[in-house]
Design a protein around this ligand. Structure first.
Ligand SMILES: *[C@@H]1O[C@H](CO)[C@@H](O)[C@H](O)[C@H]1NC(C)=O
Ligand SMILES: *[C@@H]1O[C@H](CO)[C@@H](O)[C@H](O)[C@H]1NC(C)=O
Ligand SMILES: *[C@@H]1O[C@H](CO)[C@@H](O)[C@H](O)[C@H]1NC(C)=O
Length: 373
């Protein structure tokens, strides 16, 4: 009997040691911080954007003093996204979040009506205008599809113009929900000399779930045209892992000092002239200039703070437990959680608040006939 018990205890202890070793190993793998590099910088030229006055300051006295600026963009056809994102962020934090919402001017009234007509009216938010003229000569407009360029996707390049007084800010796309306290994301340490922290496309989680079809979508070569002299001259290793611009934390002091905005603009202009992005661009057109400017010069955010691809087939491979444990979920890809057929749209819908004006509605299977009209 007693030997049996001893053996049992030894087995349990061994299991515990192995568990701790595995845990330790995983944590080491995650803390893969990139090294600092010298910088080659542009010039600073601030352009002022219109500012639409604030919503009433809310009474968030019970929240802690830490103020967290979060930048989101509001597009009319996807307005439900930003509402769910804001609701999930504010519900899950004790910090004071100030939402900076960059909106096209035809959306402002609708957004205000939605927020003020629901329980979101007490949130602290500012609506900022973004003048698409700033992009003239910096993006290639396809004359056949002038609507295909969405100017607001470039708002993230202009964070210091949008938030002139902030030291640190979070940017996120509108098709996300946050399931934990955003203070933790905000506290992501940025290395000295780094203006931003992104999630890399080759971290443990991405590597586990992504199916690398052609083999190079998640490398620099998936985004940049290495046949072009100008790209080759940069000396960026083609196999370097890319990163996602859909969620990031930025040090705006550093951003300004390094003239990041001007550097990004420089590469946008050069692309218009010389067509520098990969022909089979693996992600959004905002990615290539960021990859160039932040090459080996960015920090990383925790992998659970940007669990992405829920809008594509990758999302279907995530287990319910994993998705539940994620701190931030991102439905990038074709299928949006307010549309039909996205994975885990039920999780998103928990945070959605219907539009009191009735202009926006979810597309759901049971209501297909109604929505088709
Ligand atoms: C950024 O731009 C300003 C103004 O053009 C310039 O004085 C400064 O040297 C630039 N900073 C760097 C690090 O290149
Ligand atoms: C809205 O934006 C368009 C294009 O930038 C501009 O021409 C128009 O004057 C703006 N309208 C208002 C009310 O600001
Ligand atoms: C941001 O960068 C500046 C300049 O490098 C640095 O002094 C400051 O501590 C950084 N702030 C944060 C919050 O990381």
């Amino acid at each position: 009997m007693t030997t049996f018990r001893k053996v049992n205890i030894i087995i349990i202890l061994l299991a515990l040691v192995i568990f701790l070793l595995v845990l330790h190993h995983n944590l080491l793998g995650l803390s893969n911080i990139l090294k600092r590099e010298g910088s080659d910088l542009g010039f600073l030229k601030l352009q002022h954007l219109d500012f639409i006055p604030d919503a009433p300051e809310s009474l968030l006295d019970d929240k802690t003093e830490q103020e967290i600026p979060v930048v989101l963009t509001a597009v009319e056809e996807r307005l439900g996204g930003i509402v769910a994102a804001m609701n999930s962020i504010s519900t899950n934090t004790r910090s004071k979040v100030v939402f900076h919402i960059v909106a096209a001017n035809n959306t402002v009234d609708h957004l205000r009506a939605w927020l003020s007509g629901t329980e979101l009216k007490n949130l602290n938010y500012k609506i900022l205008d973004f003048d698409p003229q700033i992009l003239e000569g910096k993006i290639r407009v396809d004359p056949e599809q002038p609507e295909s360029i969405k100017p607001l996707t470039f708002a993230r390049f202009y964070l210091p113009n949008l938030l002139p007084d902030a030291e640190k800010a979070i940017y996120m796309d509108d098709d996300v929900i946050v399931q934990d306290d955003i203070l933790e994301l905000y506290n992501t340490p940025l290395n000295p000399g780094h203006a931003a922290a992104f999630s890399e496309d080759c971290d443990l989680i991405s590597a586990k779930f992504l199916v690398r079809g052609a083999g190079n979508q998640y490398n620099y070569i998936g985004f940049l045209d290495y046949k072009k002299e100008r790209i080759r001259k940069l000396g960026l290793k083609a196999s370097t892992c890319s990163f996602s611009p859909g969620v990031f934390v930025a040090n705006l002091t550093e951003w300004k000092q390094q003239n990041i905005t001007e550097q990004l603009e420089k590469w946008m202009k050069l692309n218009v002239l010389e067509d520098l992005y990969s022909r089979t661009l693996a992600g959004s057109i905002t990615t290539p200039p960021l990859l160039i400017v932040f090459y080996k010069k960015h920090s990383v955010i925790g992998p659970m703070w940007h669990v992405r691809h829920l809008g594509s087939s990758t999302g279907k491979r995530y287990s319910p437990q994993f998705v539940k444990a994620a701190k931030l979920l991102h439905w990038n890809g074709h299928f949006k959680p307010w549309g039909r057929a996205a994975s885990y749209s039920d999780l998103w819908e928990k945070w959605y608040i219907p539009d009191p004006t009735g202009k926006f509605s979810l597309i759901r299977r049971h209501s297909e006939l109604v929505d088709a009209n």
